[in-house]
Write a protein of this length. Structure first.
Length: 347
């Protein structure tokens, strides 16, 4: 009888322990599920925030079908524009300057295999035929036979710049990325600045740049002054500035390749938040998914595989402060881009 009672007591204690263990497991599973749901919800909210940061413009709808044929299948052409707008926070860089121009225009050509890239800068002072461009509110801008390239942005925004570039090059532009002064500065600060070597002392009170020859770690404000400077280097023309801009982009590309950004999720989110807030893109590129897919496709391109070029130009006969495309070099350069082939030797 005592043995039977003892067995019942041990069984009751065992059952009680089992119930407690099951209760703890259910609590842990519930907490784990709640944690997973919270993380998923937080990730969705972060994704939604980054996706909503991007401003877009519908280039294809505005330009219609009268455009050059697309480049070889798989190749991609991206027009990168730096706007000199003084609207909003950009007023600090010269409120007296009205309107906006494309201070920087670079066509980035990514080959079909994603093993090489070409970056072709178009000097803003290049005299071109500016075709009539559609206005966002209807109608069109007037045609001009001899206009500075950067005025296309002034009269018709990025769509007119695309139309003007496509007419002069017969290269189809697939995507557009725009950034203004403030956005560029914030983006460089979010990355943590850029380390670059400058070939000479640069003192330019107009852009605010004051650097000695040698290597410097530039913050956003200094980097912006560097890519804007004209009067502190060379002959004061846009060509000297383009060389500095390309040098800066090469340094930035090298740094992003060697940086441990992907291993720091907090910093990565901060950079992504700043980047998506700073950029305006065409609608096809205007989502976090599209930008991420583009970034992944570039993983096989090493910094040494990027060929920086400037559109070959010569002085404009009617105005020595302007330039025009030099022939036949310019035509040969654009032909190579259209064919997704190697670029001709640099002049």
């Amino acid at each position: 009888m005592r043995l039977t009672l003892a067995r019942h007591a041990r069984g009751a204690r065992h059952a009680d322990k089992t119930r407690r263990r099951r209760s703890r497991r259910r609590a842990l599973y519930g907490a784990g599920g709640l944690l997973c749901a919270t993380l998923a919800l937080g990730g969705w909210a972060a994704y939604h925030r980054l996706d909503g940061n991007l401003a877009t413009t519908d280039i294809d709808a505005r330009l219609g079908d009268d455009r050059p044929a697309r480049t070889a299948e798989g190749a991609t052409n991206i027009l990168v524009l730096g706007s000199d707008s003084r609207a909003g926070a950009n007023r600090a860089y010269g409120a007296h300057v009205s309107g906006a121009r494309s201070d920087t225009a670079m066509l980035v050509h990514l080959d079909a295999d994603r093993t090489t890239a070409a970056v072709i800068s178009v000097p803003r002072d290049t005299v071109v035929h500016r075709p009539p461009c559609p206005r966002p509110d209807g109608g069109s801008t007037p045609e001009e036979r001899a206009a500075m390239f950067n005025t296309a942005y002034t009269v018709g925004g990025s769509a007119c710049t695309v139309k003007t570039l496509e007419e002069m090059s017969r290269v189809r532009v697939d995507h557009v990325v725009e950034v203004d002064f403030t956005g560029f500065k914030k983006l460089i600060d979010a990355i943590g600045g850029v380390r670059i070597s400058v070939p000479q002392d640069i003192h330019d009170p107009k852009s605010g740049l004051d650097l000695t020859e040698g290597t410097h770690h530039l913050n956003g404000e200094q980097a912006l002054a560097l890519v804007r400077t004209r009067h502190g280097i060379g002959d004061g023309s846009d060509l000297g500035r383009i060389r500095l801009q390309q040098k800066f982009l090469a340094a930035l590309t090298e740094q992003l390749r060697s940086d441990r950004l992907l291993s720091d999720p907090v910093r990565l989110y901060r950079v992504a938040d700043t980047a998506t807030s700073a950029l305006t893109t065409d609608e096809d590129l205007g989502s976090l998914r599209a930008l991420t897919a583009l970034a992944r496709s570039l993983s096989g391109i090493e910094p040494d595989d990027i060929d920086f070029r400037t559109l070959p130009v010569r002085p404009y006969p009617q105005d020595p402060n302007r330039v025009v495309a030099a022939q036949p070099e310019a035509t040969e350069l654009w032909r190579a881009v259209r064919g997704d082939g190697p670029l001709p030797p640099a002049p």
